[in-house]
Write a protein that binds this ligand. Structure first.
Ligand code: GLN
Length: 297
């Protein structure tokens, strides 16, 4: 990891943090953390592996896991599983495809998943947090209300997406309530160490049974397939090409990648490229799979 860090240092000032969410614009952009956990429990933290940050769209993996556990294959009637090739907050396809989002990892898809969880659960905000806490084995993980409210205040595009979904009948609950739940899910803060630990559950190395939510090895395999093809929006092909692992990014600057049956690795650095993915995070993972000469391919 030290070798990787030295090699990516020339990119340390490239990109900028997600300033369309005012609370994230305030984050010090010059930070870097990484943590790899193996399925046998070895943990390799590096630099700021224990600093919490906004997980943003990484939360969509947790939301998908819960909704897949609740609804099974019927979930795919509400949301697709094809790569979008468009940015995470694009409205274009949603109009053409009459309110059925391409996949659960673009914003439109995650907003539909938020709606499903609101319908299915008695206390969705509590149960969502309980699920993440169980995955990471840490009860202190929480929402950051400042980030959620700051995103709500400026969340014009997501509000447009929610309105279009509602118009097409794809969401059942009140738009304001669904958006607020979605923004809260995105505002969850975790460290690289906690993310790597939580994502071990998606390596398929042990049975998936957390806070009452179960997934079969086949369902986990399929979740990895969706991460591989859709986890990085219009940069999913690039991430696949450079890193060769299923993964998920967020505009907080975090990326988590999974080597099935081997390890989960989380990396964080707030400066993003034009597609909303961490510049140093992408580079670090590219070098990790290059140096180890191992990927799923
Ligand atoms: N909360 C962010 C948004 O809706 C999540 C986007 C992301 O991390 N790519 O814009």
């Amino acid at each position: 990891m030290e070798d990787i860090y030295q090699e990516i240092l020339p990119f340390a000032s490239k990109g900028k943090q997600a300033d369309y969410i005012p609370a994230l614009a305030k984050v010090n952009p010059d930070q870097f953390g990484m943590c790899l956990e193996t399925v046998s429990g070895e943990v390799y933290p590096f630099r700021q592996a224990d600093t919490r940050f906004s997980i943003q769209s990484i939360t969509k993996v947790f939301a998908l896991a819960m909704s897949l556990s609740l609804k099974g294959e019927a979930l795919w009637k509400r949301v697709g599983k094809e790569p979008s090739g468009t940015s995470f907050n694009s409205l274009v396809q949603l109009e053409v495809e009459k309110g059925i989002p391409r996949n659960p990892f673009i914003n439109a898809g995650a907003i539909v998943i938020a709606d499903i969880l609101m319908t299915e659960l008695d206390d969705p905000e509590k149960e969502f947090l309980d699920f993440i806490r169980a995955l990471a084995g840490n009860d202190t993980i929480d929402y950051n209300m400042e980030v959620a409210l700051s995103e709500r205040e400026k969340g014009y595009l997501n509000a447009a997406i929610a309105n279009m979904l509602k118009y097409h009948g794809t969401i059942d609950n009140d738009i304001e309530d669904v958006l607020m739940f979605y923004f809260k899910m995105c505002s969850v803060e975790m460290t690289c160490r906690e993310l790597a630990s939580a994502f071990i559950a998606f390596t398929n190395a042990c049975p998936f049974d957390f806070a009452g939510y179960k997934l079969s090895p086949s369902q986990i395999k399929r979740m990895n397939a969706v991460m591989q093809t859709c986890g990085f929006y219009d940069e999913a092909g690039e991430f696949s090409y450079l890193v060769g692992l299923p993964g998920k990014s967020g505009v907080g600057g975090g990326i988590v990648a999974i080597y099935p049956m081997r390890y989960a690795v989380a990396v964080w650095s707030p400066r993003l490229n034009s597609k909303g993915n961490s510049v140093m995070g992408m580079k670090a993972l590219e070098l990790l799979t290059t140096a180890t000469q191992e990927s799923i391919f």
